[in-house]
Every structure is written in structure tokens, then in C-alpha cells.
Write a new protein. Structure first.
Length: 217
């Protein structure tokens, strides 16, 4: 009489089955080796974004006019709003080429054309990099946040501002694929494809001294 063994023998694997298993294992390892680098792509992309963002720098500057001026209330002698009647004497269009510093270029055009007073009517084009500043607080003394990126291109969406007694007060609006932003134009904003700025020239004897004087309040 035969006695059944309590132990099961492993099934015998024939040579063709063994080759098939090795083939399946090899294909799995091959696809796994290809997929692992792909899984790392989001992390690599995030690191690249961080590296790009790291190019931007910021610093804040306080613009105090002195404790007494900063603390003074509004004067009853200064109106809430007032009008300055005038008209353009001429309109000028400035074009700037690749790699020109936009602020320096505007200053040169103002000096070259002997402009004392003017309105910046428009601007368009693109830049290779930028520096602007924006107001960064709500009470006096006022503070400005300077934002600079030497490696960030952007489109020029618009420009505004004034020439006041020969001094530029220019503002710029920029845009990239992620956002639109802007502020007071600063050195370090270089033209890319081109930049075109149009100004309306006002009479030289026009008194515009108080327009951007924060202490006239």
C-alpha cells in the first residue's frame, strides 16, 4: 500500500517555460528602467522652476521726508483735486533697438529733444530683463519694493507717466506667460525685439512741480 506524501513537489518547469519566464522578466525590467526616469520628470521640472524663480531679487527702500513731514495731516489749503489746462505742442515717437537700457534711452531722448514737460502716452515692444519698483506700504513714510530679474523676458503691454521739468517719471506694464505686472521703470530693463514709446510734449512754462510731490497734501 502506497502512502501519500504530506509534501507537495514543486511543479517541474520545462525548458520552454523557463525561457518564457525569463523573457517576461526581462521585458518587465526593460519597461521599468524606462518608466523610472519619466517618474522623475515632475521633480526635475519643479527644480528648474525654482532655479528660474531664484533669479528674481527684491529689496525694500524707505522714503522718509523727515518725521515732521511724514506725520503731518492733510492741509485744508490743498484741494482734493485740481485741473491744469494745457495742450500738446508736438507728439514724438521714440524707437529703441535690441539691448538698449530703456530708462537710459528715454533720458537720452528727453535731453536730445530738449523736453521740459511731456506725457508718456504709450509704449510697446519687449524686454530681455527688467527692474521695476512698486509702493509696498500704506502709511508715511512711503516704502518702495524693487523687483529685479536679469534673466526674465517680458512683453511691454503699456507705458505711462510724465516728464516734469526735464525729469522722467515713467511707469511700465509688463507681461509673461504667467502674469502681468509693472511699476516705476528702473535701470536694468533692456530692450529685446524693440521698444516704441510715444510722448506728447507740453509747454516748457507749464508748472507741474507738484504733480508727483507726495508732501503736497
Amino acid at each position: 500500500m502506497s502512502i501519500a506524501s504530506p509534501y507537495r513537489l514543486a511543479p517541474t518547469v520545462t525548458a520552454p517555460e523557463e525561457r518564457h519566464q525569463r523573457s517576461r522578466t526581462g521585458r518587465y525590467n526593460h519597461y521599468r528602467a524606462k518608466l523610472l526616469p519619466m517618474r522623475k520628470l515632475p521633480a526635475i521640472a519643479a527644480l528648474i522652476c525654482l532655479a528660474v524663480a531664484a533669479q528674481e531679487s527684491r529689496h525694500e527702500v524707505t522714503n522718509s521726508s523727515g518725521a515732521a513731514q511724514d506725520a503731518k495731516p492733510n492741509s485744508a489749503t490743498v484741494p482734493d483735486a485740481y485741473t491744469i489746462p494745457t495742450q500738446f505742442e508736438r507728439v514724438l515717437i521714440f524707437r529703441f533697438r535690441y539691448d538698449t537700457d530703456l530708462l537710459a534711452g528715454l533720458q537720452n531722448m528727453v535731453k536730445q529733444n530738449k523736453i521740459q514737460n511731456a506725457v508718456i502716452l504709450s509704449g510697446f515692444g519687449s524686454v530681455r530683463n527688467y527692474q521695476v519698483h512698486q509702493v509696498s506700504n500704506r502709511t508715511f513714510p512711503s516704502k518702495n519694493m524693487f523687483v529685479k530679474d536679469p534673466a526674465a523676458p517680458a512683453d511691454i503691454i503699456g507705458m505711462s507717466g510724465f516728464v516734469l521739468n526735464g525729469q522722467l517719471h515713467p511707469h511700465i506694464v509688463l507681461a509673461n506667460p504667467d502674469k502681468a505686472f509693472g511699476g516705476h521703470l528702473e535701470p536694468g530693463t533692456s530692450v529685446f525685439t524693440f521698444a516704441v514709446v510715444t510722448v506728447g510734449v507740453l509747454p516748457d512754462n507749464l508748472d507741474l512741480r507738484k504733480l508727483d510731490d507726495k508732501n503736497y497734501r
